[in-house]
Write a protein that binds this ligand. Sequence first.
Ligand code: UD1
Length: 428
Amino acid sequence: MEQLVIKGNVRLNGEVSISGAKNAALAILPAAILSNDVCVIENVPCVNDIKILLQSMEQLGVLIQYIDEHKVKIDSRNIHNLKIDYDYIKKIRASYYLLGALLGKYKEAEVALPGGCNIGSRPIDQHIKGFEALGANVDVMHGMIVAKASQLIGTNIFLDVVSVGATINIMLAAVLASGTTTIENAAKEPHIVDVANFLNSMGADIKGAGTDVIKINGVKELHGAEYMIIPDQIEAGTYMVAGAITGGDVTVTNIIPKHMEAISAKLSEMGVVIEEYDEAIRVIANEPLKNIHVKTLPYPGFPTDMQPQMTAILSKTSGTSIMTESIFENRFSYTNELNRMGANIKVEGNTAVIEGVAQLTGAEVSAPDLRAGAGIVLAALAAKGETTITGVEYIDRGYEHLENKLRGIGANVYRVLDKADKSIFKVV
Ligand code: UD1
């Protein structure tokens, strides 16, 4: 079982380049199958979720060709199968985008119910409500979601909860429908705008993405396109916190600073200096960190996917902080692991009360999910002594070349096969 070994308490210093947005890629790659031609997608992050998604698309008959590590050619002209099995899909929740894309193009799709991170019950009722409003019949049978329509007709859909997944999935299903679809109470995350921009570059007619009302005028067909995915807001935020939690000086590059505003604002409230450039942000942490309160919210609020990373840094301030999770009901399980590293966090319902401690200490800990794993890595970077982290497979779902990037800014981090393999670990 692979493990990350981190010798912490080292100030991180330097530049780290941010990869393409995983959550945008998870929607844009399936969106490419809506065209009747070839699409070339650039800035595709090299992470396990994407590899699994592309394998499942091959199962449909899509020809996938890697032009380089981050550039993928998608040829959807010979799709011969409209069913995605559980084997491919159990690991990634975003498999449900294939449902919207296949339904939109072929008026038929059968996709296993999604898996993904265990951070709450995560229903998909709003996706199904949207498909049904467009005229599809949707059944859940033998672990599969089966959607069929004789035709899809545009309509008004008001989402009961602000859902990123439902907003994107309804866009995918509606783009080739006849007439106009309006999604109200739509999510506004940067990757929703990215998916809409990609669809429009293929000839779709989508307006309002990035606001809470999206209008999709159905078109007859979509053509091929070349498209570059936006940078990953959460990866960038994670490295910003890496700089801040170690009292370091780290610049994240190839980013869109506007997407980072909620994270930058909270770090500067803690006393971290944030310098913004056109496509980079520099984080300098020379002063002791102040305690603050944070609440996760849909974009442009503070992202739930940065909650564990932020909790990790709040555990090192000089006072009491409160973290309120308002999106997912089960996203604090990792706090037990942080407490094993000397943090003092008490969780009550959707709130964590974090008493800052002067020093975290290395321990043997386990990552329970992707972003929690990132939070634990950050705590380990700041902790005195050695931390061994299992559950690395979760972290690999969403962070490209994690240890290389961290080593590039001075971290002492290695991946080992098991404990016995630690002999290769060199103290820098
Ligand atoms: C996406 C992101 C995930 C992020 C989340 C919130 C991807 C692949 N994943 O997940 O990393 O944490 O947005 O920013 O982009 N809900 C319902 N019914 C539904 C759909 C959602 O009740 O049909 C609820 C969820 O349980 C949750 C809330 O709505 O409480 C938001 O979920 P949603 O925005 O849909 O998250 P995902 O798209 O699954």
